[in-house]
Ligand binder design. Structure first.
Ligand code: SF4
Length: 271
């Protein structure tokens, strides 16, 4: 097994840690590759995930200057066509200001470095907006999104490490807003504003988690077996060989996180 020291934390690794510390260990400490498909039907879900990744790349390319016409020609599957068309309408309704697509920010967190990769940051009129594109098949509840590590890490990190986007002055939490835009629910984005009290609570939680990760000496399995149905390590853990059926996913967590796009997985598109 390929164990090695861990130096970076991200919203994904922290999310894994809070959901199942064994999954965190297998994925980030042992670096065990995915031994099983996450859900059935496997091919269909894999295609959806690849399209989601491709869509992120298309939007990024457009934001750095490739014409909408050129992008439109590449959005050549029904999903891509629909998301791209919806995104253009959404963009027309936004007052973007100065835009920073696919920005990475990082800051020390205890003994680690916390890294956050943003789809888009937009600075306008004393306000900074975090945009995150989601190609989920269901619109998650705002309560679910609000509790996600991504929502907490992304806003806190911007306050912590975004001063260079604000003439050298850290953003006040009250200047920050995060918007999740959904390709299939384009008229219903989720918006999360921020306050100093939330920022303090978030950063304290993150510091505490980093300490826990550092001092952990055991990595127990989650007691919530629902989390195992869609976990790639379920055969390793003897928690079922067959993947859960996406259509039967009972919770939003199970259903949505399968289609989350991880930047590290996104390849380049040749134009
Ligand atoms: S199968 Fe269950 S117990 Fe095993 S790593 Fe995945 S979530 Fe944790």
């Amino acid at each position: 097994m390929n164990s090695g020291p861990l130096s970076l934390l991200s919203q994904s690794s922290l999310q894994d840690y809070v959901e199942c510390s064994l999954r965190f260990k297998l994925r980030y400490l042992d670096r065990l590759s995915y031994p099983a498909v996450e859900s059935e039907p496997a091919l269909e879900n894999e295609k959806h995930q690849q399209e989601g990744e491709y869509f992120h790349r298309l939007v990024q390319q457009h934001l750095i200057g490739i014409s909408a016409e050129q992008i439109g020609r590449l959005a050549n599957t029904p999903n891509l066509e629909r998301w791209w068309s919806n995104w253009q309408v959404f963009r027309g309704q936004q007052n973007f200001g100065s835009i920073y697509p696919e920005v990475t920010l990082s800051a020390p967190l205890g003994k680690y470095r916390l890294v956050a990769k943003y789809d888009l940051l937009s600075v306008n009129d004393g306000k900074v907006t975090i945009y995150d594109w989601k190609t989920y098949r269901k619109r998650p509840r705002n309560e679910w999104l609000s509790a996600r590590m991504q929502t907490r890490v992304y806003r806190a990190m911007l306050v912590q490490a975004g001063a260079h986007l604000n003439n050298g002055k850290p953003f006040e939490p009250e200047q920050v807003e995060m918007i999740y835009w959904f390709g299939d629910f384009s008229d219903d984005p989720a918006r999360f504003e921020y306050t100093s009290a939330q920022y303090k609570r978030d950063w304290d939680t993150l510091l505490k988690l980093a300490d826990e990760v550092e001092s952990a000496s055991s990595y127990p399995q989650t007691e919530d077996r629902q989390k195992c149905a869609f976990c790639t390590y379920r055969s390793y853990c003897e928690r079922g060989v067959r993947a859960g059926d996406w259509n039967e996913a009972e919770t939003e967590t199970q259903a949505e996180e399968l289609f989350d796009v991880n930047f590290e997985q996104i390849g380049e598109i040749a134009f």
